[in-house]
Ligand binder design. Structure first.
Ligand code: SAM
Length: 309
């Protein structure tokens, strides 16, 4: 059972009051002081003690805030892929282990760029987005890279249709520290110019096909489109126009609707789709990937085992 922490000032005052009421038994105190003076003295001591306790608490709070800020800074640096800011970490040991982990991350990303599963974000939808949506896309691409850095088995990432003189690239550089040095492939070419058509699977919530697994010789494309008011079938039509295969995530296969006021939309953000694919790539478990990646507010939960399939 939790016990309530006593207020030190109140404790002393209570002690004094009960001592005064009971009649002081301590002759060494009572002999030299009147009850009133004793009460005043004890109240003063209580105030001093309370101030001391408050100072101690404030010191501890400050320490905790400092620790949290430093942890947050380390996490941000990790997410942004910025190894140049290591000097900001004050502790020598942490500096060393951070350097080591940055080195390990770099090695994993370089390996992925040689032989990892290919995932591509098609950045060719600038004309479908306003300024705010372009900014959100840039932020999502930064987070996507951060997630890949932290993965035990990262993807080989491509950003296609990314033109250095256009708004998406400029915004990516503006909001993501170290964007130009990301360990990914960036190209102004389209996915059709970058890959063989037979290798491409365009992911789109509007596809009639369901993604079963990730095939190592395929490249999975995510539409780099942030559409605050959904623009249905944009990527599907685009893929069909160029005779490219499409697939949607297996949400209906593993999840069922929760009763309530939900819109049951299966349109996820670029990050959510990427995180689901990354978890599946690392665990081989769609249920784990979907339950972690599909936000609860969409109105889906995992299907009970006996209802599955
Ligand atoms: C915010 S969605 C954009 C949806 C857009 N209306 C469209 O036509 O693709 C961003 C991208 O995430 C991917 N995506 C989102 N939900 C998906 C789902 N349920 N299955 C497969 N891909 C999905 C698609 O590649 C999509 O282009």
């Amino acid at each position: 059972m939790a016990t309530e922490k006593a207020d030190p000032q109140e404790e002393v005052i209570n002690d004094v009051e009960s001592m005064a009421e009971e009649g002081c038994q301590d002759s060494t105190i009572c002999s030299s002081m009147s009850k009133k003076a004793l009460k005043r003295q004890m109240k003063y001591q209580a105030i001093v003690m309370e101030k001391k306790a408050k100072r101690k608490e404030e010191k501890e709070r400050k320490k905790a805030r400092k620790r949290e800020a430093s942890e947050r800074q380390t996490a941000i640096e990790g997410d942004l892929g910025n190894s140049d800011t290591a000097h900001e970490v004050d502790d020598d040991n942490r500096k060393h282990s951070k350097k080591y982990s940055n080195k390990a991350i770099r090695e994993r990303l370089e390996d992925a760029m040689k032989s990892g599963q290919r995932i591509c974000v098609d950045c060719g939808f600038e004309s479908n987005m306003d300024k705010k949506e372009v900014c959100k896309l840039a932020q999502q691409l930064g987070r996507l890279y951060g997630a890949n850095r932290h993965a035990e088995k990262p993807f080989h990432i491509y950003f296609t249709n990314l033109h250095k003189d256009e708004a998406i690239y400029k915004e990516c550089v503006r909001v993501n520290c170290g964007f130009e040095n990301y360990l990914i492939e960036m190209t102004d070419k389209s996915h059709l110019e970058s890959f063989d058509r037979s290798e491409i699977v365009y992911l789109t919530p509007d596809s009639a096909n369901v993604l079963e697994f990730l095939e190592p010789d395929k490249v999975y494309i995510i539409g780099g489109l942030v559409d605050e008011s959904p623009q249905k079938n944009v990527t599907l039509k685009n893929a069909e126009k160029f005779d490219v295969k499409t697939a949607q995530l297996p949400i209906d296969k593993y999840m069922e609707k929760v009763e309530g006021k939900f819109n049951y939309s299966k349109i996820l953000t670029i990050n959510q789709v990427f995180d689901i694919l990354l978890t599946f790539y690392n665990t081989g478990d769609w249920k784990k990937a979907l339950v972690a990646g599909v936000p609860r507010r969409k109105g889906y939960k995992l299907m009970e085992a006996d209802k599955k399939l």
